[in-house]
Structures are given as C-alpha cells and as structure tokens.
Design a protein around this ligand. Structure first.
Ligand code: 6PG
Length: 226
C-alpha cells in the first residue's frame, strides 16, 4: 500500500516519524542528500531519547567520515552528535574502499540482524535521475539479490566517488519505507518512481515493500507531476 502525504514541510513530518521510531527503539536506516539533512536538523531539535534505537545507512560515498561528502558525517553533524541520548550507530566504512566497505557492511548486517534484515523504518530520498540510496539507473547493483550491501564502483551522479548501497531485497523487506522529496526539480523523478504507471528504468519504481508500507512525504512542487 502506498500512502502519499503532501505537506508544506515534508522534512518536519519525517522528523516526527524518525523521532517516534527512535523512541520505540527501532532499527532505523538514514539516507544522504540535502532534503534529509533538513529533517535531521528538525529531529535534533526534538532531542528525543534515541538510546534504544540503532541507526544504519542506506548508502555511503567511499570517503572518510570527516569528508564533507560523507553521508554518515552529514547525519552526524545534523542529528546524531546533537542528541543527548544518542543511538547505536552502524556506519558504512567508506574509507575502506568500495569492495571492502561493502563486504564489511554486509557482514555487520548479517551479524546484527541475520540473513534477512527487516528494518523498522527506512528513509530514502530520490535523485533527479530517479535513484534511491546509491542504486543508480542501469548499474549492476540494481539486480543484486544475494548480498545485503553492494559495491557501486561508479556513481551515476555527483559526487562521482564509488559508493556502497543497501540492495533492493533489504529495502523492500522493511516494515516501513519513507520517501522524502521536496522541490519541483524532483517532480519528474517522483512521477517516474511512483506515478501510474511507474517507469521501470527509474530505480525508485522498484521501491515496493513486500510486507510493509510505503509512505511518500512530498511538498506540492515534488508532487506536481503525479
Ligand atoms: C546519496 C543519497 C541519495 C539521496 C538522493 C536525494 O548518497 O546521495 O543517499 O540517495 O537521498 O540523491 O538527495 P537530495 O535530497 O540531495 O537530492
């Protein structure tokens, strides 16, 4: 079931959902990008008790945690380091390089959550090319079904650094996937991913939780082509 929520400030709505999931002690997947950063800032201001929760990442750029391009670094600055009761954080060690970092994250997921992780909340953004996490159009990682985390030697968009990403089977096994998109420049990508009919070439069109819910948080501009 897909639920579409169009609100003035979708980042604030997502901040509420993140906060609730954190207070329930959930397994939560954060994502990168500028739209999520706003949501993280609002969640940080709520300063809820995240100490029972575990935070993971949908994907990472293969850089160190201090690098301005690091998804972990962004989430840490905007949210995690600002919480007085922080969660456990399972970051992707991008500094290891894409193959070793993907292997390490895959192993960590299996160790902590088993061979078929079922996250409570997965947050995703959508890129202008319809990508989610670091699942870019036309790249082999899209077809990966055996691994939980895959290496992405070539990113489809800026910054052009290799990535590590969760794979579709993991994303679609979640209890809830929330997709946060704002701005008219993403309207087409949203329509390709979630309109009727969806465009199979847009990776977002493959985000369809099997036994969970899909909730889109959009502003009016992002929803304008649906
Ligand atoms: C990344 C992200 C990516 C992001 C979208 C949307 O590493 O780039 O994880 O999937 O969520 O690209 O990002 P923006 O909100 O910045 O457009």
């Amino acid at each position: 079931m897909t639920e579409i929520t169009v609100v003035e400030d979708p980042g604030a709505a997502v901040a509420d959902r993140l906060t609730e999931a954190a207070e329930r002690g959930g397994q939560i997947v954060l994502t990168g990008g500028s739209t999520p950063r706003g949501a993280y800032g609002i969640a940080a201001e709520r300063d809820a008790d995240w100490s029972g929760a575990t935070v993971w990442f949908s994907d990472e750029r293969c850089v160190g945690p201090e690098d301005p391009n690091s998804n972990f670094g962004m989430a840490d600055r905007a949210l995690l380091s600002r919480l007085s009761r922080p969660p456990r954080v399972m970051r992707i060690r991008g500094e290891l390089g894409y193959e070793a970092a993907a292997d390490a994250y895959d192993a960590l997921l299996r160790e902590e959550l088993g061979a078929q992780p079922r996250f409570d909340l997965v947050l995703l953004g959508v890129g202008p090319d319809g990508h989610v996490a670091s699942l870019f159009p036309g790249k082999p990682a899209l077809e990966e079904t055996a691994r939980l985390a895959a290496a992405v030697p070539e990113a489809g968009l800026e910054p052009h650094v290799p990535r590590v990403t969760l794979t579709f089977p993991v994303l679609n096994a979640a209890r809830e996937v929330e997709v946060l998109v704002a701005g008219g420049d993403k309207a087409k990508a949203v329509a390709r991913g979630f309109g009727e009919p969806p465009d199979p070439d847009a990776p977002a069109s493959r985000v369809r939780p099997q036994d969970g819910s899909l909730v889109l948080f959009l502003d009016e501009a992002a929803a304008s082509a649906l």
